[in-house]
Design a protein around this ligand. Structure first.
Ligand SMILES: Nc1ncnc2c1ncn2[C@@H]1O[C@H](COP(=O)(O)OP(=O)(O)OP(=O)(O)O)[C@@H](O)[C@H]1O
Ligand SMILES: [Mg+2]
Length: 588
């Protein structure tokens, strides 16, 4: 892992790709590069002017010129400060602009990915990619590459001037440099390791907190707080240890740099003083060299740090690009628009597996005529939800064909297909926002009147008006303040509003009171009237009214027919009916 990370910095193709995101902002990029060069060129000028003042003007009592040069220095200082301001502003602006684009690109990508991708990638990982990793890429721009170039240029400029002034003095004062380079190397490696650990600890913390807040009910209901707390404390300890190790490296390294600088200065003064006495070196040069050495050490001290930042940014960018490069989406090459979809569905010997060849659906073969209602029944895990997922093309099937109105699913435009199929899922997802927002999914083309009339049609209006704020009732995250039945009723309205040609309904298994039951029953009747419907049903009333019942068992169709026919067969359905519905029937 470490070696991999080291290599990353020199991975030019990766770096090039990061910089390709800066292309829209190339003017700012070039400008900041220009400012970098300007700063590098300007930096040795002031010490040189001081040297000039000491050697020429003070020594020869040229007060007027001394004043002019001093004023020039003040001017130069102001220019340098202004350039520095623009440089720092520009590089940060550039970084922020790039990561804004990247974040949008990553999000767009993630949203379109195949559901199968999410089955194998933890949500926490994707959150980290879109938030933290991209933040680290910002540092490539604001603290990484450009400012490393700036520092290196400045170091080169200063070294050049130093050697030009007096190469022997330069060599003497730079003689402790190998020690510095060695110390820097050790420091860089150790900090890098600690930061890796810090990052791992942070993502472990994130994952832990996220998961436990979401599953708070379970944690508290099983009084698992203390056990879980112990786990949390361990992760926190790792986090602290890693951070302290990093701080330790800093607190050792910085004084060492100071000592080396002091030795450098000492050597220079010791050797230089002799030369000054012999008039081989001027006083001005000595003073200028003190400034040069200071200017050399300052960037060197943080260069190692910046290099680490760059390295972390590169590792992060590699991870982000991996997400950007994943091409696991459902191909969308169809041309049919599905506008006049009638809703005749045909499954032709369909086989499907979520993974490899562990088939969850085997040789599924049935047909639904436009306007018909089909009920699917079967044990839990028999593949009912899976059937509707593949009808919506959330997953691609491996064998056979599914067609609607005689056209195979892949020949439809994906969005067109999905917009004509309304779904009410078993597990209704509501997001934070008002009920109204949750019904329209923030589609501005849907008016309030439409929402209300849809709600009235399925008898939901009164129920919503009872909630505090009515349609503006604020749903909490994941809809946790509403009951399962209530959530499903809200999603009924959502499905109805889009007036789909085909309605898919995965009934929630929750048992509800008689009044809600009647509400739901009424809503379902309205929903499936006048359109093709596939209902994964748990209610006898829905099942018995269906034109066709498909009995599914372990991914295979066991029986097919209407209620009376299947009861006569006295097979699987009959057994199911006897077990599940006979006793449930009586209270209704
Ligand atoms: N995303 C997935 N990845 C892998 N396997 C899955 C996935 N979703 C479901 N399965 C598996 O596929 C099989 C069928 O699941 P499915 O959700 O279709 O059952 P179901 O009939 O809807 O059950 P229930 O009545 O409990 O809702 C199960 O064995 C399940 O473990
Ligand atoms: Mg299911």
């Amino acid at each position: 892992m470490e070696n991999l990370a080291v290599k990353k910095v020199f991975d030019t193709s990766l770096l090039r790709r990061v910089f390709s995101f800066a292309r829209p902002y190339r003017r700012s990029f070039y400008l900041s590069m220009f400012l970098t060069v300007l700063l590098a060129v300007l930096s040795p000028v002031r010490p040189y002017l001081i040297q000039l003042s000491v050697d020429k003007y003070i020594a020869n009592d040229l007060m007027q010129l001394l004043f002019t040069v001093t004023m020039l220095q003040v001017g130069l200082l102001i220019v340098e400060t202004v350039v520095r301001f623009f440089f720092s502003y520009l590089t940060n602006w550039l970084g922020q602009s790039v990561i804004k684009d990247m974040r949008v690109a990553v999000y767009k990508k993630i949203v379109r990915l195949d559901l199968a991708f999410f089955d194998k990638t933890p949500i926490g990982t994707l959150t980290t990619r879109t938030i933290n990793d991209i933040e680290a890429i910002n540092d490539i721009f604001s603290e990484g590459i450009i400012s490393i170039v700036a520092d290196v240029l400045m170091i080169v400029a200063i070294l050049g001037v130093m050697f030009y002034e007096d190469w022997r003095l330069t060599l003497i004062s730079l003689s402790p440099f190998p020690v510095l380079i060695f110390a820097t190397y050790i420091f860089k490696e150790s900090v890098n390791k600690s930061f890796h650990r810090v990052r791992n600890a942070v993502s472990a913390l994130n994952a832990f907190v996220q998961e436990h807040l979401t599953g708070m009910v379970v944690v508290q209901a099983f009084s698992a707080e203390n056990r879980e707390f112990g786990k949390f404390r361990t992760i926190n300890k790792d986090h602290r240890k890693a951070n302290i190790d990093a701080i330790f490296a800093y607190s050792v390294f910085f004084p060492i740099v100071e000592i080396i600088l002091a030795i450098s200065l000492g050597l220079m003064v010791w050797w230089g003083a002799n030369k000054v006495l012999n008039f081989e070196v001027t006083q001005g040069v000595m003073i200028a060299f003190i400034m040069y050495l200071n200017m050399l050490f300052r960037p060197l001290r943080i260069l190692a740090d910046k290099f680490n930042t760059l390295q972390m940014g590169m590792v992060a960018s590699e991870r982000v690009f991996k997400v950007l490069d994943s091409n696991e989406y459902i191909p969308d090459n169809g041309t049919h628009t599905a506008e006049n979809m009638k809703g005749g569905i045909k499954f032709d010997h369909v086989w499907f597996a979520y993974k490899d060849d562990r088939y969850v659906l085997k040789d599924i073969d049935f047909e639904v005529k436009p306007g018909q209602t089909v009920a699917i029944v079967g044990h839990t895990g028999s593949g009912k939800t899976t059937i509707i997922s593949i009808l919506n093309r959330l997953y691609e099937i491996q064998k056979g064909t599914i067609s609607i109105d005689g056209i195979p699913l892949p020949d439809y435009k994906l969005e067109a297909l999905r917009s004509r199929i309304g779904v009410v899922l078993q597990d209704v997802f509501l997001s934070s926002g008002s009920i109204y927002d949750n019904i329209t999914l923030r589609n501005a083309n849907i008016s309030r009147e439409q929402v209300e009339s849809a709600a009235k049609l399925i008898g939901m209006h009164e129920f919503i008006m009872q909630l505090p704020g009515g349609y503006d009732y604020q749903v909490m995250e994941r809809g946790s303040t509403l009951s399962l039945g209530q959530r499903q009723l809200i999603s009924f309205i959502r499905a109805l509003l889009y007036n789909p040609a085909i309605l898919i309904l995965d009934e929630a298994t929750s048992s509800v009171d008689t009044e809600s039951e009647m509400l739901i029953q009424h809503a379902i009747d309205k929903l499936i009237a006048d359109r093709t419907a596939i209902v994964i049903a748990h209610r006898l009333s829905t099942i018995s009214k269906a034109d066709k019942i498909i009995v599914l068992d372990k991914g295979e169709i066991k029986e097919m027919g209407n209620h009376e026919e299947l009861l006569q067969v006295e097979g699987f359905y009959h057994k199911l009916y006897m077990m599940q519905f006979k006793q449930a029937e009586s209270p209704l």
